[in-house]
Design a protein around this ligand. Structure first.
Ligand SMILES: *[C@@H]1O[C@H](CO)[C@@H](O)[C@H](O)[C@H]1NC(C)=O
Ligand SMILES: *[C@@H]1O[C@H](CO)[C@@H](O)[C@H](O)[C@H]1NC(C)=O
Length: 286
C-alpha cells in the first residue's frame, strides 16, 4: 500500500535539515533571554518580557537587580542592545560586563554612570586580570543612550579584548603577555553579567550627586543579546570562528582614534599622578 505521505527524497531531507539549522542559528543569533540568561537578584525587579525578547532591570530604594548568562565562555563575542535610565539618572549605575570568579578573576566592564537630566552619561570601562583592574578609560557618547537602544559589544580572543559601541571600537586591550609579561585573560571562563544598582557614593561627580529617590523606580532595558562564545577556547571549531582572528584593521583603528580623541574623558594611561611609580607597562605599548 502506498503511504499517503510520500517518502521525501534525499535532496528534500537535506534542504529541510539545512533550513532547520538556519532557523536554529538565527534563533541563537537574535537571542532569547529566557534561555540565555538567569535573573539572579532583585526580588522581581528584573524581568524577562515579550517571550524572551526584552529584559528590564529596575532599581528602587530597597534594591537593584541583575542577571547573568547561562553559559560561561572562554573567548567570545557578545553584543547586546541597551537603553539606559532616562531623565535624572544621577547615582545609578547600569553595568554590563564579563567576569570570571575568584581572587585572581578576570573582568571586562562597561559601566554606565548616570547623570542629572541633560548632563551626559559617563561610560566607564575597565579590564581586570589576575584580580587587578585600575585600568579605567571613560567616555561620553556621541548620542543620547536613553532615547533608543544602542549596541555595546565585547570581543575577547587570544589576541585582544575590544569594547565596541555601535560597531565602533572605543578601546583595545592587547595580549602583551608574551612580549611584556602583562597578564592576559586566557584560562578562566567568563560569564556575562548585567545589573542596575545604587552607586551614588561614587558614580556621579565623585559621589557628590545622590540618587533622587522620588524618581524611583529607575529602569534600564536590554534586547538582542547575541552571545557567540567558545566553551573551550582551545578547540578547532572555536578557533575557526571569524571573531577569533586578526588584529584591528586600519579602518577600525581610525574609528577607535576618532572615539578616543573626541569622546574619551579619562584615561588611566594619562594619569601620571595616580601612578607615581610610573604608568602601567601596557600604556607605553601602543
Ligand atoms: C524563548 O524561550 C522560552 C523558554 O524556553 C520559550 O517559552 C519562548 O517561546 C522563546 N521565545 C521565542 C521567541 O522563541
Ligand atoms: C568546541 O568549541 C565549540 C564552540 O564553542 C563548542 O560548541 C564545543 O562544545 C567545544 N568542544 C569541546 C570538546 O569543548
Amino acid at each position: 500500500m502506498a503511504s499517503p505521505v510520500a517518502t521525501p527524497s534525499q535532496p528534500i531531507v537535506f534542504f529541510l535539515l539545512a533550513l532547520t539549522a538556519a532557523l536554529l542559528n538565527s534563533a541563537a543569533a537574535s537571542g532569547n533571554f529566557s534561555q540565555d540568561v538567569v535573573i539572579t537578584w532583585g526580588d522581581g525587579r528584573g524581568k524577562i518580557l515579550s517571550n524572551g525578547d526584552l529584559l528590564t532591570l529596575s532599581l528602587d530604594k530597597s534594591s537593584g537587580s541583575g542577571f547573568q548568562s547561562t553559559n560561561a565562555f572562554l573567548y567570545c563575542r557578545i553584543d547586546i542592545q541597551i537603553k539606559l535610565v532616562a531623565g535624572n539618572s544621577a547615582g545609578t549605575v547600569t553595568a554590563c560586563y564579563l567576569s570570571s570568579k575568584g581572587p585572581a578573576h578576570y573582568e571586562v566592564d562597561f559601566e554606565f554612570l548616570g547623570n542629572l537630566a541633560g548632563d551626559p552619561y559617563v561610560v566607564s570601562t575597565n579590564v581586570f586580570t589576575q584580580g587587578i583592574g585600575n585600568r579605567e578609560m571613560q567616555f561620553h557618547l556621541w548620542f543620547d543612550p536613553t532615547k533608543d537602544f544602542h549596541t555595546y559589544a565585547i570581543l575577547w580572543n587570544p589576541i585582544h579584548v575590544v569594547l565596541y559601541v555601535d560597531g565602533i571600537p572605543i578601546r583595545e586591550f592587547k595580549n602583551l603577555e608574551a612580549t611584556k609579561g602583562i597578564p592576559y585573560p586566557k584560562s578562566q571562563a567568563m560569564r556575562l553579567y548585567g545589573s542596575l544598582w545604587n552607586g551614588d557614593d561614587w558614580a556621579t561627580d565623585g559621589g557628590r550627586v545622590k540618587i533622587d529617590w522620588t524618581r524611583a523606580p529607575f529602569t534600564a532595558s536590554f534586547r538582542n543579546l547575541a552571545a557567540d562564545g567558545c566553551v573551550s577556547g582551545g578547540n578547532s571549531s572555536c578557533r575557526s570562528k571569524p571573531w577569533m582572528q586578526g588584529a584591528l584593521d586600519g579602518e577600525s583603528l581610525k574609528k577607535m582614534q576618532w572615539a578616543q580623541k573626541n569622546y574619551m574623558v579619562y584615561d588611566y594611561c594619562s594619569d601620571v599622578k595616580r601612578f607615581p611609580q610610573g604608568l602601567p607597562p601596557e600604556c607605553s605599548a601602543s
